[in-house]
Ligand binder design. Structure first.
Ligand code: IPD
Length: 262
């Protein structure tokens, strides 16, 4: 299944790149807020992914950011974010991806994250490891949160962003530095490669994390996903992905700054 994910995500990334100039001039719209952008590129790429899945994996259900889809978690379902990092895509900031995962009962079993600009291909299959352009990935060996580079992201809700900025300010005193690069799937892949030691974000959608989370865990990261009625003090909507050496300290730090409450 990961071969199918890689094949389709590659084709989709080529399309995202080739239609970009037109898609960001004539085809731009907003969704939940002015920051929540959708372009003709997002829509065209999701259509291509759905068409290709229908050919290669007929009858299997699909959940996508732009067209929605099957809500039930049980069974096999493909999860696609046609362009993760749409604001970057709009501005030509070259950090965005096509993210495609296969999930069984809500758990990722295969995934591909392809970057249209660099051509980088991140992939993973459950139990088989994670790869960047064919090279096996391994998370960082760091054991000190205060020496860690940490990624994060912001929600599209203005109220929430303000609270998330407060959390970033508090977290800055606990880590070496923080990056907000603009594509959650790639933040997760960056943890897999050791380019980041951890990443966290409240309010991600399944399509943002489904493929990148598998790449990260198959590279050895620990993952905390959104959970209903969470009992660990991190709230119901937090995704945290971290190298094993800092997982506990990272969760403590997020609790100390009340990051899950935003
Ligand atoms: C967004 C990006 C961003 C994250 C947002 C996501 P989109 O995805 O992953 O980094 O901070 O929460 O919604 O909308 O560009 O697919």
């Amino acid at each position: 299944m990961s071969e199918v994910a890689v094949q389709i995500a590659r084709e989709a990334a080529d399309l995202a790149k080739s239609v970009r100039d037109e898609a960001v001039t004539d085809g731009v719209d907003t969704k939940s807020s002015e920051t929540d952008v959708v372009t003709a590129g997002d829509k065209a790429v999701e259509r291509l992914v759905r068409d290709r899945l229908a050919e290669l994996r007929p009858g299997e259900s699909v959940l996508g950011e732009e067209e929605g889809g099957e809500a039930a978690l049980d069974g096999l379902r493909w999860v696609v974010d046609p362009i993760d990092g749409t604001v970057n895509y709009l501005y030509g900031f070259p950090f965005y991806s096509v993210s495609l995962a296969a999930q069984v009962d809500g758990e990722s079993v295969a995934g591909a994250v392809v970057e249209p600009v660099s051509g980088r291909v991140w992939s993973a299959a459950k139990g088989c490891g994670a790869f960047l352009d064919g090279q096996r990935l391994r998370v960082s060996a760091t054991e000190r949160l205060e020496l860690s580079l940490v990624g994060t992201g912001f929600s599209y809700s203005v109220r929430r962003r303000t609270a998330q900025a407060r959390v970033v300010g508090d977290m800055l005193g606990k880590v070496r530095d923080i990056r907000r690069a603009g594509a959650a799937s790639l933040d997760l892949c960056a943890v897999a490669a050791g380019w980041l030691d951890a990443t966290y974000e409240v309010g991600l959608h399944r399509w943002d994390w489904a493929a990148g989370a598998l790449v990260a865990t198959e590279a050895g990261a620990n993952l905390r996903l959104p959970v209903k009625d969470a009992a660990d003090g991190l709230g119901d909507e937090m995704v945290v992905c971290s190298a094993p050496g800092i997982t506990e300290r990272m969760a403590d730090a997020l609790r100390e700054v009340d990051a899950g409450s935003v």
